[in-house]
Design a binder for this molecule. Structure first.
Ligand SMILES: NC(=O)C1=CN([C@@H]2O[C@H](COP(=O)(O)OP(=O)(O)OC[C@H]3O[C@@H](n4cnc5c(N)ncnc54)[C@H](O)[C@@H]3O)[C@@H](O)[C@H]2O)[C@@H](O)CC1
Ligand SMILES: Nc1ncnc2c1ncn2[C@@H]1O[C@H](COP(=O)(O)OP(=O)(O)OP(=O)(O)O)[C@@H](O)[C@H]1O
Length: 404
């Protein structure tokens, strides 16, 4: 298990009693300790700077109102830290105390916000209610990526998963799985109206996995993004979808239901395109905040050794340990999972996310799930771990993180 900290929310005024014991701070300015020593509601004092480290089994967090976390006894490195801020000073801030009065309880409250958005399974529900997700991607070269994203969406809990791809990719993707609904439309001259027919049934679209960069296909994707946006459909944009957005940022500018999931290379490309500036490598939190704000508070997930998630108001960090294995396709697992979780989080609303932006909670869930899958798969397969091995772990990883 990992340790999570969630703090410094500057937007929501709706801090209530706190869902199921989840502890969040009302507002943290993200100062250094010197500037503003913080005190927990329960009187716990922030530990001195020197003790802000994680130490396996003893990890537990200070400040019930500051943090959302999980301690670990597994010896893995643990997630930490959030630096939310409305301020360009985005120094890291995380806390750890080695003394916890209720470690088990605190363990149990970890990731509670994500758990809050997970819909219950009930006999009375109908097919489709838990999510109808569309993955827009799949080209002559790349058939694995849309498959990974779409099957991940199903395995996380969506009821129906569609893939909209080019004609040539369709039989290949169908042959991977009978569970996916595959539409060979993207290279048709009628791609936009063909896809528009399906939009009313989609709860979220994941745009980009294996899309490729064919000019005609990307022209259609622009039309599809505009159509989806006009219907207020949540959008997860990944891979070649991000390449398109770097050329046409207006496509998602100010779209409050859009999430971008760049890796470092894609992030640099976007940053330079939108801000006309190279990324400041010394300040990743500042960079993600700036990019999100420049895009009108679009949610951005910067993937890497530590995943950073920002809505332009706050920055969350997902630091759950995975493994050293970086096989291709892990990002597709993340984007497909995020499509479902984005739908769930928006449906659950601010009450269930305790006032946090639902898409931040969804992103935290998808990042932690992906890393947990990587950890579990690696413990079985070691160096030979592939994305298919990670997908096989989704059920167990989900239970471990969100249903335990
Ligand atoms: N089996 C499949 O069909 C797969 C297809 N994929 C698709 O392949 C297409 C191209 O994706 P690429 O990621 O290659 O995009 P790019 O063509 O933009 O290449 C990015 C390059 O950056 C490198 N890179 C990634 N993270 C880095 C980091 N943190 N630091 C330094 N270098 C880094 C990668 O090795 C890659 O060569 C996308 O459509 C993607 O969805 C991938 O998802 C992988 C799996
Ligand atoms: N160095 C790392 N350590 C731990 N986890 C990582 C590391 N780099 C990436 N990840 C995790 O792997 C997942 C995918 O990130 P990655 O950077 O591989 O995406 P990507 O390049 O878009 O993937 P894809 O191969 O699907 O295109 C994310 O959930 C991220 O948390």
């Amino acid at each position: 298990m990992g340790l999570w900290v969630l703090g410094s929310h500057v937007r929501s005024p709706t801090w209530g009693a706190g869902a199921a014991g989840v502890a969040l701070v009302r507002r943290v300015w993200c100062p250094s300790v010197r500037e503003r020593p913080l005190q927990g509601k329960d009187g716990h004092q922030a530990p001195p700077r020197s003790s802000r480290r994680f130490s396996g089994c003893q990890s537990s967090c200070w400040s019930p109102r500051l943090q959302l976390f999980r301690a670990s006894c597994s010896g893995r490195v643990h997630a930490k830290s959030v630096c939310g801020t409305g301020h360009p000073d985005t120094r890291n801030m995380f806390w750890q105390s080695t003394v916890s009065p209720h470690p088990a309880k605190e363990m149990d409250s970890t990731l509670q916000l994500v758990r809050n958005i997970v819909p219950t399974l009930a006999a009375g529900k109908h097919k489709g209610q838990a999510g109808r997700i569309g993955v827009v991607g799949g080209s002559q070269e790349y058939t694995g990526a849309p498959y990974f994203a779409a099957i991940s969406a199903l395995k996380v809990g969506a009821d129906l998963s569609h893939v909209f791809c080019v004609r040539e990719a369709a039989p290949v993707i169908k042959s991977y799985s009978p569970e996916l609904i595959v539409h060979p439309v993207l290279d048709s001259p009628d791609a936009v109206p063909e896809l528009e027919k399906w939009l009313p049934r989609m709860h979220a679209l994941v745009v980009g996995p294996g899309l490729g960069r064919d000019g005609l296909v990307l022209d259609s994707i622009r039309g599809i993004l505009e159509a989806a946006r006009s219907r207020d459909i949540p959008l997860v944009i990944d891979a070649d979808g991000l390449w398109l957005v770097a050329q046409w940022p207006a496509l998602i500018l100010g779209h409050q239901k859009a999430i971008l999931t760049p890796n470092h290379v894609e992030f640099s490309r976007l940053h330079e395109a939108v801000l006309s500036d190279p990324v400041d490598r010394t300040d990743p939190r500042g960079s993600i905040l700036k990019l999100s704000r420049a895009l009108g508070n679009v949610t951005v997930v910067l993937k890497g050794e530590h995943d950073l998630i920002s809505d332009g108001q706050q920055v969350l960090e997902c630091n759950l340990s995975g493994s050293g294995r970086r096989c291709g396709g892990q990002g597709d697992l993340l984007s497909g999972s995020l499509g479902v979780m984005a739908h769930w989080a928006l449906l659950a609303g601010l009450e269930k996310t305790n006032g946090s932006h639902p898409l931040l909670v969804a992103a935290l869930g998808a990042c932690s799930l992906t890393r947990q899958c990587n950890h579990q798969a690696f413990s079985k397969h070691g160096r030979s771990t592939t994305t298919s091995d990670m997908i096989a772990e989704i059920g167990a990883a989900f239970r471990e993180l969100f249903e335990a």
